[in-house]
Design a protein around this ligand. Sequence first.
Ligand code: NDP
Length: 301
Amino acid sequence: MRILLLGKNGQLGWELQRSLAPLGELVALDRHGTDGLSGPLAGDLADLDGLAATVRAVRPQIIVNAAAYTAVDKAESEPDLARCINADAPAVLAREAATSGALLVHYSTDYVFDGRGEQPWREGDATGPLSVYGQTKLAGEQAIGQSAAQHLVLRTSWVYAARGGNFVKTMLRLAQERERLTVINDQWGAPTGADLIADVTAHALRQWRARPECGGTYHLAAAGVTTWFEYAKYALAQAQQAHTAVPLKAKEVLPMATKDYPTPAKRPHNSRLDTRKLQSTFGLRLPPWQDGVRRMMAEIL
Ligand code: NDP
């Protein structure tokens, strides 16, 4: 089986390189592409013709799209580019997958919801993105859903990885520089490790091979719920208990409201995702968010 992975060097793409490797022959591309056996392969999602040509040249049975325009605030001033990468490119991948009979695996976000209420969002709930990023990610999902392609769309939330920058690293840095930190305490969600998403993807693919009817849209997030403020406090406490304790200057970590920290893009207050469909369909148990954060911190400290 041949798998085409796009966005191989993002948080998730990096972990997918590991988790997908045992499933078959993996052709993994970043935006710069690479030379394939029969010529150059384009990995740039802004090059829609090149992308289609790449799928035709590689002839994968599975396409995994981990590439996305993820700069949530910047998307407000670059809506056309965000739409191209998050919506038009997935539409091209879906078209090519439908033509060739490949399965398309794609990732989406809690930001497709408006964040009202306190209940975890279910897959069929009404969407209502608050930002350009959320709108373009929703358009990408819809293009895939309306195509004839077999697909798995996995909506996730608050993704982190040991590799690259992340929220915990930022909090650790600020806590070493400042006496006092203020962190948003009225956005609720579950920090989810890219390693967990990658492992669940590989597990779902194995199941899908035996049961192709299990395609569709699923919510995938670690168990439990927190706020950015509680998440920061948890991470800083872990850092202080660590084997190589980090000397923190911050004496106080204080909660703040979203309204007191204006950003170009609006973010949902309620990013809770109900993951029961994923867990029951694929026979999985999603671990508490703290487990993955502790693991990631053991790697970075
Ligand atoms: P990252 O930002 O870590 O990775 C995105 C990757 O996409 C980067 O490697 C980036 O490449 C690549 N990319 C951007 N533009 C292009 C392009 N034109 N052509 C090819 N590649 C491109 O994101 P994550 O790994 O965290 O996100 C994975 C998925 O999860 C995405 O679909 C995202 O929308 C979704 N998601 C992410 C969340 C998060 O908190 N990060 C939350 C919820 C969902 P380069 O490094 O060269 O820019």
